[in-house]
Design a protein around this ligand. Sequence first.
Ligand code: SF4
Ligand code: SF4
Length: 323
Amino acid sequence: MSYLESLGRFSPRINITYRCQLFSFCEYCYAKNELRNYPNDMRIEDFSKIITWFKDLFSIKIVTFLGGESTVHPQLASFFEILRERNINSFLFTNGCFDESKRKIILDSPSVTTMIFHYEPSFLREKSLRNKFFDNLEKLSKSKEIVFRFNTSNPSFEFKELIELSDRYNASIAYSFTSPSLNNPGNYYVRIEEMKRFVPQLIKFIETAYSQGIKVFSKRPLPLCIFSEDELSLMKEKSGLRSICCIGSITVNPDLSLIPAPTLTTIKTDPIKSKKDLADRVKELSEKVERLKWAELSIEKCGECKFFKNRECQGACTAYKLI
Ligand code: SF4
Ligand code: SF4
């Protein structure tokens, strides 16, 4: 199953570590703040336990490794091996700047089917990181599906290289605008009222990708009111436009506590202790987020909005309801 086909199906996202070697580059990163709460990496025996429970309860076929940067975990190969034994595939989010030994582990692991490369111009300007990123991309693209993950705070964001790379590696693109960090409310994020300014460039980006047969989709929900009627039709026709989120997933922290989504760090459970505990907490979190989405307004005008009343738009990422 490709990354795009998997969206909306239940599949756990696992943070085996919140560490990353590139914290100084990504201003919007939520992982660097979470590292204070989860200084230890996930233990391999805990991963094995929770994967077994997920498989028993939900017959999962795919796991997504999120992070932090999973490749810094010293037992990376063992995680992939556990999945292979259980016949589960995985999608690996990465900054792409790992060394050759980690690349070999990934290449040797058939359970890793998809690499989601974080495309961040700030670290790609560093020659040594850029070389590693492109070397890994080139070699991994021969046997893995490639997706680029792009997050921006800039209304005039550049996309020329991203399109060229996607064309070259037959990749799709998941994009978003910088969302609030609940664990660090001082972090910069794009306010809903500012998102309209992104639309002209976003339309150019979508049109360019579409004309080259590149699939592009919004990773986080976008407010429908930022688009005119014509723009909305274009976005629906030519991109995967999402205006509702948090469907079908759950995120596991290194200590086995759960959060509903990576941005919703303040809605968390205690560490999971048993299969029944997992079933109960997943249900509880899903119900909580579903209530939150439609009970709280992100901005005042959502209260009078037909898209909100019809449950077609929840008012951007759920994190906007909690800041
Ligand atoms: S690469 Fe990912 S985990 Fe690392 S600093 Fe950037 S956003 Fe955070
Ligand atoms: S629900 Fe809120 S954010 Fe969504 S379209 Fe309506 S006013 Fe805009």
